[in-house]
Design a protein around this ligand. Structure first.
Ligand SMILES: Cc1cc2nc3c(=O)[nH]c(=O)nc-3n(C[C@H](O)[C@H](O)[C@H](O)COP(=O)(O)OP(=O)(O)OC[C@H]3O[C@@H](n4cnc5c(N)ncnc54)[C@H](O)[C@@H]3O)c2cc1C
Length: 389
């Protein structure tokens, strides 16, 4: 088979690598002039790690990331720890990593080119025609024909709208800032979530602990556009967290360059596949960042699609098997992510107090039980699932 992948992001490069490792001929078309990434960090949880391991990238990941030993939920106003998720209690193979997105992309790009993928930059795709063979139209007027097109072009996929009657995404009433700062507070191996009424900040170390990645979320009525590339004045971020503890203020004082975007909720696409084409990653199921699973589920999709395509059977059956394998799982992950924000944003008062006491008791006296709540998420290994065609 000759396969074209649209988008050289996390999902696109991962599926291209997995397919090329099965000796499939793959071309990746990326609109950007170079395969690179915006300045932001991301968390690879054990379920995403399974895929990177199967692609042969576990050692590279260990070299280029910080190990995550704990998730610490803290009160923003006092920096007091409310509860701690002890990730060292996970099985030895279920590790948690923090890294710069550019480092993950670089690892995936190396793996893809080593496996023989033809990665082409400055190739903006303007449309994909569902048909067999499938034609991809490029913005420069050229065309490319292949047996299958995998659309991994992210949030603004055009194929998604061709395959589905689209409902507009809605603004969740939340905006997010992201920034990278020097790690002058010497944080190691833990993600901190500072929870405040109607807002929270997530911070974790990247690049050998030299930097901290910050994502701050605030509820607000004013709409802000979707997408990661709008800059904001760092003063706005600082003023949103005025009442925070000194350590939070210290982090925010260091922010020089910050991006702000609106958080929108999208439906999981009803149809992931058409004649000779299929959606993968954010193109099929954009998620809110509250469970840090967008990249992890894109990696799971990548493995699942390559595994389905490797089975015997008609292409339609393979694509249907891929959708069946993935849709329920990603819907559950996305719902869990949607439900996380309100837990972090409780207003001061008896409900917040009771919730924090319950979390604190759980993490002190039943740490395994607390961690066990995430077994369905982190303990899932897509590489051990046999697709049913
Ligand atoms: C602040 C923030 C923090 C996050 N943190 C985490 C985290 O900790 N863990 C996690 O798992 N996820 C995280 N995510 C989500 C995660 O980054 C995304 O879900 C993930 O990148 C989706 O991968 P993808 O390959 O589907 O799409 P993308 O990574 O968006 O890649 C799409 C690629 O397609 C290219 N492209 C787009 N249109 C075209 C076109 N027409 N022609 C050619 N190329 C095109 C783009 O340039 C891009 O390279 C975070 C997201 C945000 C916003």
């Amino acid at each position: 088979m000759k396969i074209t992948v649209v988008g050289g992001g996390i999902g696109g490069l991962a599926v291209a690598t997995a397919l090329a490792q099965q000796s499939v001929q793959v071309v990746v078309l990326e609109q950007a002039s170079a395969i690179s990434e915006v300045g932001a960090g991301l968390q690879i949880s054990p379920n995403g790690l399974c895929v990177l391991r199967a692609l042969g990238l576990e050692k590279a990941l260990a070299r280029r990331s910080c190990r995550g030993h704990a998730v610490s939920l803290r009160r923003s106003e006092s920096d007091v720890e409310v509860a701690r998720l002890d990730l060292t209690r996970l099985e030895a193979t279920q590790r948690y990593h923090f890294l710069h997105r550019a480092d993950l992309i670089d690892m995936l790009l190396n793996a893809a080119t080593n496996a023989g993928v033809d990665v082409r930059t400055s190739q903006k795709v303007s449309s994909i025609e569902p048909a067999i063979p499938t034609v991809v139209h490029l913005a420069d007027g050229s065309e490319l024909t292949s047996d299958l097109v995998i659309d991994a072009s992210g949030l603004h996929s055009t194929l998604r709208g061709v395959l589905n009657d689209e409902a507009d995404p809605f603004f969740t009433g939340q905006v997010a800032w992201r920034a990278i700062i020097p790690n002058t507070i010497m944080r190691k191996n833990a993600v901190h979530v500072h929870m405040a009424p109607r807002s929270h900040i997530v911070s974790y170390p990247i690049r050998d602990g030299a930097f901290l990645n910050l994502v701050a979320v605030q509820e607000r009525d004013q709409w802000a556009p979707e997408g990661w590339s709008q800059r904001d004045d760092p003063k706005n971020l600082r003023s949103a967290f005025q009442g925070a503890a000194p350590v939070v203020q210290q982090m925010l004082e260091q922010v020089q360059d910050v991006h702000l975007w609106g958080l929108f909720r999208h439906r999981v696409a009803a149809n992931w596949a058409g004649a000779g084409c299929v959606l993968l990653g954010d193109a099929a199921h954009p998620t809110l960042p509250f469970l840090a699973q967008g990249a992890n589920t894109a990696l799971e999709d990548a493995w699942a699609l390559a595994a389905c395509l490797a089975c015997d059977g008609a292409i339609e059956a393979k694509l249907a098997a891929y959708q069946n394998l993935r849709k329920l799982r990603v819907t559950k992950v996305i719902e869990a992510s949607n439900n996380n924000a309100w837990r972090y944003h409780l207003r001061r008062g008896p409900v917040r107090l009771a919730a924090h006491i319950a979390l604190g008791l759980g993490s002190r006296f039943a740490p395994n039980l607390m961690l066990g709540q995430f077994d369905w998420l982190y303990g899932y290994d897509i590489t051990s699932v046999t697709p049913e065609i």
